[in-house]
Design a protein around this ligand. Sequence first.
Ligand SMILES: *[C@@H]1O[C@H](CO)[C@@H](O)[C@H](O)[C@H]1NC(C)=O
Ligand SMILES: *[C@@H]1O[C@H](CO)[C@@H](O)[C@H](O)[C@H]1NC(C)=O
Ligand SMILES: *[C@@H]1O[C@H](CO)[C@@H](O)[C@H](O)[C@H]1NC(C)=O
Ligand SMILES: [Cu+2]
Length: 243
Amino acid sequence: MISTFFIVGALATFPLAFGQYSYSTVNATPTLRVATSIHATSTLVPVSSGTGSSKPAIQTIAVGQNGLTFTPDTIHAKVGEQIVFEFFPKNHSVAQADFNTPCKPSNGGLFSGFIATPQGRANQSFTITVEDDKPIWLYCPQNAPRPHCAAGMVAVVNPPKSGPNTLDAFKLAAAKTNSTGSTAPTGGLVGGQISAPGSSSTPSGVLPSGAVSPSIVPFHGAANELAVSSVLGLIGVFAALLL
Ligand SMILES: *[C@@H]1O[C@H](CO)[C@@H](O)[C@H](O)[C@H]1NC(C)=O
Ligand SMILES: *[C@@H]1O[C@H](CO)[C@@H](O)[C@H](O)[C@H]1NC(C)=O
Ligand SMILES: *[C@@H]1O[C@H](CO)[C@@H](O)[C@H](O)[C@H]1NC(C)=O
Ligand SMILES: [Cu+2]
C-alpha cells in the first residue's frame, strides 16, 4: 500500500516537468511536495547563475504594512533579481493581473496564497525571481472587509517606461471594480516560494516545518532539462527504496 502511494506520487510529478500544471494535485500528498521543491530549485539555478558572478539583488516589499498598500508599489528589478514580499495584518496576498483587467488573476500569473497575521510581520514571506523585463501588475485579492484591490492595493514590477499603462491608470481602473470586488486565483501558490522572512536562500529539498504551502511552482512555465532530470532522479530514488 505504501509502495503504491510512492509510485503514484512520483509519477504524478511528470506533468509538472512538462509544464502541464495541476495545482490541486501538487498539494495532494507530502511526496509531491518534496518532488516539487526539488524540481523548482533546479529551475532557479540557471536564472541566478546567468546574471554574472555577483549575487542577484534582493528587494523587499511590505504588503499591508501601511494600510491597504504595497510599499514600495513600484519596483524596478533586473532579470534574475529576487523580490521578497513580507506580509502584515491582517490577511493579504499577492496576485498578478493583466493591465487591462485589474483585480482579476492573469492566466498562470503569480500567486502567493493568502497569508494572515494578527499582528506584526507574518512568519512567511513570498519570494519571486524576475524572469524577464516585462511589466508585472500585482494586486491583493482580499475582499474582506472591503475590496483591497479597489482601495488601491496594487503594485507594478518594471512598469513601461512610457505610454498610458501607468500604475496610476491601473489603480484608477482597479477602483472601478469596488462594487464587484476582486477575484482570487483558484489554486495555490504559483511562481514563487514561501519561506520565513530573512531566509533569502533557495530552500533545498528540506521543507520548512509549519509552512502553509512549501511547494514551488515555476513561473512562466519555466521547465528545463535540469528539472526533468531531477524529477527522473527522484523517481529513481523512490524506485530504489521500493526494491
Ligand atoms: C484570509 O483570507 C482568505 C480569503 O478571504 C480566507 O479564505 C482565509 O480564511 C483568511 N485567513 C484567515 C486566517 O483569516
Ligand atoms: C466599496 O465597497 C465596500 C463594500 O464592499 C463599501 O463599504 C465601500 O463604501 C465602497 N467604496 C466606494 C468608494 O464605493
Ligand atoms: C507561523 O505562524 C503560525 C500562526 O500564525 C503558526 O501556526 C506557525 O507555527 C508559525 N510557523 C513558524 C515556522 O514559526
Ligand atoms: Cu490586502
